[in-house]
Design a protein around this ligand. Sequence first.
Ligand code: ADP
Ligand code: ADP
Length: 224
Amino acid sequence: RTVLRLEKVTRQYAQADQPLVILKEADFAMNAGETVALVAPSGAGKSTLLHVAGLLERAEEGDVFLRGEPCGGLSDARRTAMRRSDIGFVYQFHHLLPEFTAAENIMMPQMIAGLKQPQAQERAEQLLDYMRIGHRGHHRPAELSGGEQQRVAIARAVANAPSILLADEPTGNLDPETAGYVFEALEALVRQSGLAALIATHNHEIANRMDRRVTLQDGRVVDY
Ligand code: ADP
Ligand code: ADP
């Protein structure tokens, strides 16, 4: 079952002379439960691809289909609603809210989605356990190690049970050993929940553990 599909997506940035073309008629599809590594040099367009796939940016040409629904013609409000319910994001830096605890950071998107506090808290605690930091829920981000902060960010990204996880160098700021452990927890969570995950990484060890690896070549997404 295809959960995410890009069809002939072109994305370019305006420049003084000619536009900088990042994606050029790029096709890509990902099935439920599939993990895909996106491996390409810096500046190749990995973040751009993730932003277009995640409905944060619009393509100039082509379209993005979320569970079969074409998203290009939708209003910003509708795209935001789809993004909130269906897509989780993880970045290289955790972007947790510093004045809230780990558990509260994970509860936040759930409460915005309308869940009651006790249910959100129960789910946050489950996810913290799942990420193997059940004992850290009451700590603020500054009291957590880098690896723990990323575990919380991952838990927050999946708090509303999206069908797609998009991650941009989720372990890029961690030492190799910590990166391995955090990825292990991420992978277990993805497999257990049947999420489709597209993960940009420079770490080949991590890339090799995913179902499929893709790169960007002349603006297209190609297997490698
Ligand atoms: P990667 O994630 O692979 O490092 P990016 O998608 O961030 O690559 O960027 C691809 C290219 O597009 C880079 O050359 C970058 O400088 C350029 N770029 C990214 N965002 C913008 C923007 N908003 N305006 C203009 N150029 C941009
Ligand atoms: P790492 O080597 O993984 O970066 P740290 O040296 O940052 O780990 O922290 C080691 C342990 O101490 C971690 O479990 C972390 O959560 C905890 N810790 C770090 N700083 C604080 C703090 N200010 N308050 C409470 N616990 C902390």
